[in-house]
Design a protein around this ligand. Structure first.
Ligand code: GLN
Length: 562
């Protein structure tokens, strides 16, 4: 029988609920329990695929697509999910399915379409019971499908938000239906440090728990985000005012690496406490699992050398926009025995002042050109790729970054100054990047990109093959445009190599520049599959090349290409 852990958040957003949820799941996984995680997003979008990353952070892409059928005759493809899925997959080292991301959009769409189809004939459709029933139904579908020992359900937003109300009500009903000992509620709050008085403050936590209680929910465990570990007296205060045992007040301080949070929770006895409350048979950690994770955490913490990587892009105001890339770089760095500094650069600044480009990029050891959509900042991104094509600096272009590398190749190496992607300039005389054939007739924007994992066929004797050492790999995609084969064939004589395609050979999945440097563009997103326990091969090689380049640079024996 599946047990359930609900996770809510209070005081403010951005407390790292995803990391806490994943860390709790990890503690159970380390005890040999199977776990699965649901993320509930109270916004009305059906999935986050149509959201700008500046609004809501990265859009994560699952391994598989899901055909969401809200009612008879309706079907939508979903593979784009909340960025917390990345955190879950990285901590738990397993794929999470897209139907584990429940949004208000999906719930309301289902209920309203069912009403139109005639599923509730004669009835008034209301938030309670119809919306709340559908929410509970969706949670139980996941439990039935993956049959985990423990299913964690993270509720997005902050308690008190109007749009999260039906979800909290559904949780209240769910807990009642499942009975005592079968569900748990973990509430995450902020315990700020007030410098003027030199104290951690518990009042926001007290208020937030009161709001939760007013919805009929009493937390079993309170996880407190604070700049450092909680003192005993503040823990006692929170315990008393919020009506939870002392041992149920858990510190969640700022850490050097998020991967250390499970270890820190374990030290506070959280794993054992949860097992006890849920009546799970064994409380004991599998030592090997714990040690394995500990070793990984140390790999992240120990290095003293670092490399610096520029990430020019369009959504750099919020670094969460690229969280999987940031993490993939960190994984690869740890496995190469270094730390990384990332320099996120908004490429619009290069469009205003091209002098800044040299100034910024000459300081770094590698460049990662980011994914993205639309026109803003693109000329700056192309200039970055042109810079990389004329420098020995290691360069990795991801998706849009790969497409723009190809545009830059046409402009800078082959001399076609007006070459472009039709996403940016539909009238370019050299549309070297254009819509995928099946995209040309698509009108609906939601869930209609080329999504999820597809087979990538890698050519031998390429830098890409050196990284993967395999001829066929599965990588995840999210795009509408692609590099046009005919243009790539023409670029061959100038040193451009198509290093991977799809099974037909018509869709280009990766390109690279021949010669000594390391300039690669991949149409897929390898970062979505990178995990601390199994870093992405291409990111690993990228960091290896960066370390090599940095050493050479330091010895200043580099002969810069003209
Ligand atoms: N905008 C490009 C496309 O749709 C790239 C997408 C991306 O970077 N994920 O093909």
């Amino acid at each position: 029988m599946t047990k359930y852990i609900f996770v809510t958040g209070g005081v403010l957003s951005g407390l790292g609920k995803g990391v806490v949820t994943a860390s709790i799941a990890k503690l159970l996984q380390m005890r040999g329990y199977s776990v699965d995680v649901i993320k509930i997003d109270p916004y009305l979008n059906v999935d986050p695929g149509t959201l700008n990353p500046i609004e809501h952070g990265e859009v994560f892409v699952c391994e598989h697509s899901w055909h969401f059928k809200p009612a008879e005759g309706y079907s939508f493809t979903i593979a784009e999910v909340d960025q917390d899925f990345g955190t879950y997959e990285r901590f738990l080292n397993k794929n999470i399915e897209p139907y584990n991301n429940i949004t208000s959009g999906q719930i309301y769409l289902t209920v309203i379409l069912k009403e139109r189809v005639g599923k509730y004939l004669g009835k008034t459709i209301q938030v309670i019971p119809h919306i709340t029933d559908e929410i509970k139904n969706r949670i139980r579908i996941v439990a039935k499908k993956s049959k985990p020992d423990v299913l964690l359900i993270e509720i997005g937003g902050t308690v008190g938000d109007i749009e999260a109300m039906p979800f909290l009500e559904a949780v209240r009903q769910f807990r009642l239906e499942e009975g005592p000992g079968n569900t748990l509620l973990v509430h995450i709050t902020l315990v700020p440090y007030l410098e003027t008085v030199g104290q951690l403050k518990s009042k926001p936590t007290q208020h937030s728990v009161k709001i939760l209680q007013s919805t009929g929910l009493q937390p079993d465990i309170i996880v407190c985000r604070a700049p450092f570990e909680l003192t005993e007296d503040i823990k006692r205060k929170i315990s008393l005012f919020c009506s939870v045992p002392y041992e149920a007040v858990i510190s969640d301080p700022d850490m050097e690496t998020v991967y250390e949070i499970p270890i820190l929770f374990e030290k506070q006895g959280l794993g054992e406490y949860i097992c006890r409350l849920l009546g799970l048979g064994t409380n004991r950690l599998i030592q090997d699992e714990y040690l394995k994770w500990n070793k990984i955490v140390n790999m992240f913490k120990q290095p003293t050398d670092y490399v610096e990587i520029a990430m020019p892009g369009k959504y750099t105001f919020i670094t969460d926009s690229y969280i999987s890339i940031n993490e993939a770089l960190r994984h690869a760095a740890a496995w190469n025995g270094v730390k990384i500094k990332i320099r996120w650069i908004e490429t619009e600044i290069f469009e205003e002042d091209i002098g800044k480009l040299e100034e910024e990029l000459s300081k770094v050891d590698g460049i990662l050109l980011t994914p993205g959509f639309g026109r803003r900042g693109v000329e700056g991104m192309i200039s970055v790729a042109e810079y990389a094509l004329n420098s020995p600096i290691p360069f990795l272009g991801i998706c849009f970054g790969a497409q723009l590398l190809f545009v830059a190749f046409y402009r800078s190496i082959m001399g076609y100054k007006t070459a472009n992607t039709t996403e940016v300039d539909p009238n370019t005389p050299y549309p070297v990047v254009d819509l995928l054939p099946e995209q040309k007739s698509i009108k609906m924007k939601g869930g209609t990109m080329r999504l999820a994992a597809h087979k990538v066929y890698i050519k031998k004797n390429t830098k890409l093959y050196d990284a993967y050492k395999k001829e066929v790999v599965l990588e995840r995609f999210r795009h509408r445009y692609h590099i046009i084969k005919e243009y790539a064939q023409k670029a061959k004589e100038y040193g451009l190599i198509v290093s991977a395609t799809d099974a037909t050979g018509n869709i280009i999945n990766a390109i690279e520049v021949d010669g000594e440097g390391w300039t690669i563009g991949v149409q897929f997103h390898p970062e979505f599959k990178s995990r601390p326990e199994s870093p992405s091969p291409i990111y690993l090689t990228f960091i290896k090349e960066i370390i090599k380049y940095k050493k050479l640079r330091e010895k200043s024996i580099l002969k810069i290409k003209p």
